[in-house]
Design a protein around this ligand. Structure first.
Ligand code: ADP
Ligand code: MG
Length: 701
């Protein structure tokens, strides 16, 4: 079969035509025969099994039964009647119910003759019932052509309104298989098929749409999932190889004065082994000829800042400038202050650039940056402005990746002729396999160890009704000299309401913690940057004991003396946010606490989130639960959602297949980077087809 045939517009398929084609395009993105073939069923109705009434479970599942209807009666209800039948087999009796089409049923149903029924069961008032069952006389059922596993295709309201029901989709699929004789070009090489015992392409496509039985279906699914994940990996790894070979970076060959001097004399603590390992990984990247593109993952408090700083020193040692970009003004300021302190005894020049830096000061920064006087620039998005030009930017570090988009990363790339090395730091733990899929083109370093001496944070869940007890606990902690965060949610859509919650909460705290014994700070998004900064500084210096805030403190602030984190309306926060917030405490030597306050009304997802927080401090475990609750697209934020637009594989459930696919993709590309060996012709061709028809799902922007 000529593969280009599959690029035929869907309108040409018998049974489609221009109107249906438009609907299929709009609703399911089906433009070509190929797209239709790749519309995989969401699930299958299993008609291979016949249930007994005694075997039914109260789980509303779809079942197939054999039995007889013994009588039919009409039952009056609020509006009109319903028709009810008694249906029995040798193990029990249940009801069949019709609300519509009663006349037809009444006239055509035969009593005391065996029927095969199919439908969803309900459990009500001690009996099972099945509304609007599919019915067929057993006699006819035995003779008929059986599609034992009936596929259920993705659908939308519009599709069914326009008459493109599941049955129609099924028909179209049959037509396509008739037209193509069910023969499709193989897209995996023979050696993979035999080594992994994979079903061939034609067979897999047939069985995914018209499965013969569970076993064949499972094999078909495995093969197609493998193929999908394999080609994604192939593309990601190819990109990485191209980057490493073609995109030259500045080689930072020297480890010079700045780095060594700092390491010997100014390092305030012994690095953890994980920090050492990661610095080594970064050093070896920077020393090679290729541009570094590395993702540094480390849980909150794992000590990423010092790694960032030491990487910047390597840039300086090689005569380059470095910059560090943070998502908020507070965080940028904190980085600046912290790094300035660490570099106090050196002659390194650094500056802070944020939206609130005055024009005159800004001008000086611009000048010094261009003439090379300034070594390190720390700041917010302001760093991306066109006016910000460097003499020679060698390394750009981005803290808290999830706040920045890919586009912004690209902007930094173009600050120089040769792109600077890039280090992206994130505290959002991404399960490794997911990271491989999302960031497969980046190298990944992980700090998987916290600095020594940290006590695990104790987390509890308390209802609003226990607030007084919680307040008493806070007072005890303050007596011990500790500081407290109280955080309120702020979610864009309900900003005014949230703001009121925050202010109400603040007032009640002021009432319960009166001056002069207690000093309270408040920070929220509607305050001016300098006021925020002023309040933050009061808290950092220990002048205030309680910090009432919205999520502005979510990312990165570091006040080691703060030992209690109270999260109000905790049910409204996502898991990763809760984890980030909790990470603000537990930074000193004292026992720290996180108290999750909620009302009694909790959804089951919210309960899972709270239970998870109470159970574990491990960011990777939390990320796993989060992933299960939300799905990967959501986790990466809107900027990256939709990236994993997989047609059949599931990044979580099919983890093992993903690993296998990645393993083989690496092996194949290592031996044959350009896929030019004859054994890989099939791969090269399929890959080119995917790229040509953009079926590689716009994988990376
Ligand atoms: P994050 O990874 O969340 O950005 P930071 O870099 O802010 O973490 O570090 C958290 C705290 O731990 C800081 O107070 C920092 O000084 C401290 N810290 C980092 N590394 C070590 C270490 N190896 N030993 C002791 N304390 C450390
Ligand atoms: Mg940090």
């Amino acid at each position: 079969m000529n593969p280009n045939y599959l690029q035929t517009p869907i309108a040409y398929l018998k049974g489609v035509g221009p109107n249906r084609a438009e609907t299929l395009q709009g609703e399911l993105g089906i433009y070509t025969y190929q797209d239709l073939i790749n519309l995989f069923p969401n699930r299958y109705l299993d008609k291979t099994k016949y249930y007994k009434i005694s075997e039914l479970q109260r789980n509303n599942s779809e079942v197939q039964l054999i039995g007889k209807i013994t009588h039919l009666k009409s039952v009056a209800q609020k509006k009109g009647n319903r028709l009810v039948a008694s249906f029995t087999d040798e193990t029990g009796t249940m009801e069949l119910v019709w609300f519509k089409g009663q006349k037809w049923i009444r006239e055509n149903t035969k009593l005391n003759v065996p029927y095969v029924l199919y439908g969803k069961t309900n459990w009500f008032n001690g009996t099972f019932s099945m509304p609007h069952p599919e019915m067929e006389l057993l006699e006819a059922h035995k003779k008929g052509l059986k599609i034992s596993m009936q596929p259920v295709y993705p659908s939308t309201e519009k599709l069914s309104n326009k008459g493109i029901t599941n049955r129609v989709t099924n028909k179209l699929m049959q037509q396509l298989f008739l037209d193509t004789k069910g023969r499709f070009v193989e897209t995996l090489p023979d050696y993979l098929l035999s080594e992994l015992n994979l079903m061939n392409k034609s067979n897999a496509l047939f069985n995914i749409h018209f499965p013969k039985n569970q076993e064949e279906l499972a094999k078909a699914q495995y093969r197609l999932k493998f193929e999908e994940l394999f080609y994604i990996q192939l593309q990601l790894i190819t990109k990485k190889i191209i980057r490493k070979n073609k995109i030259k970076g500045y080689p930072f060959t020297a480890v010079g004065e700045y780095f060594s001097e700092f390491y010997k004399n100014h390092l305030p603590f012994e690095l953890t082994n994980a920090q050492k390992r990661v610095i080594k990984e970064i050093r070896s990247d920077l020393g090679s000829n290729a541009q570094m593109n590395r993702l540094l993952q480390g849980d909150v408090g794992s000590g990423k800042t010092i790694v960032a700083l030491m990487s910047m020193l390597l840039a300086l040692d090689n005569g380059f400038q470095a910059c560090l970009m943070a998502p908020t003004e507070i965080l940028a300021t904190q980085h600046f202050n912290g790094i300035k302190e660490l570099l106090e005894k050196t002659d390194i020049n650094l500056a802070l650039l944020t939206g609130s830096v005055k024009k005159s000061a800004r001008k000086i920064i611009h000048e010094q940056l261009e003439n090379g006087e300034l070594h390190i620039l720390i700041g917010t998005h302001a760093l991306l402005e066109d006016k910000v030009q460097y003499k020679n930017l060698g390394l750009a570090i981005i803290d808290e990746q999830h706040r920045f988009g890919v586009a912004q990363r690209a902007k930094l790339w173009h600050k120089n002729e040769v792109p600077p090395h890039i280090l992206v730091m994130t505290a959002t733990p991404i399960p490794r396999t997911l990271a491989m899929s999302l960031y497969g083109d980046l190298d990944i370093s992980v700090i998987d160890e916290l600095p020594p001496g940290r006590k695990p944070i104790k987390t509890v869940h308390r209802y609003d009704a226990n607030r007084l007890k919680v307040f008493r606990f806070i007072k005890d902690e303050i007596k011990l000299g500790r500081q407290i965060y109280v955080v309120y949610p702020l979610i864009q859509e309900s900003e005014a309401l949230d703001y009121k919650d925050l202010m109400d909460g603040y007032e009640s705290i002021v009432r319960d913690f009166p001056m002069p014994n207690y000093q309270i700070s408040i920070v929220h998004g509607q305050m001016k940057a300098e006021d925020k900064e002023f309040e933050m500084q009061r808290f950092i210096k220990g002048e205030t004991q309680i910090m009432v805030a919205t999520t502005v403190i979510e990312v990165g602030v570091n006040v080691p003396n703060a030992s209690v984190m109270i999260i109000e309306s905790a049910e409204r926060f996502g898991l990763s946010q809760l984890h980030q917030l909790r990470g603000r405490v537990g930074r000193g030597a004292d026992q720290s606490y996180c108290i999750l306050m909620t009302s009694h009304k909790l959804s089951s997802d919210a309960k899972t989130r709270l239970e998870t927080m109470v159970r574990t401090n491990d960011g990777f475990q939390i990320a796993d639960v989060d992933l299960k609750l939300r799905g990967p697209g959501d986790i990466m934020g809107t900027q990256q959602s939709g990236v994993l637009n997989l047609k059949i594989a599931d990044i979580i459930k099919d983890n093992d297949i993903l690993k296998t696919a990645r393993h083989y993709a690496i092996q194949i590309l290592t031996n044959d980077p350009s896929l030019s060996k004859s054994s890989n012709t099939v791969l090269l061709y399929a890959y080119q087809q995917l790229v040509k028809y953009k079926n590689i799902w716009n994988y990376i922007s």
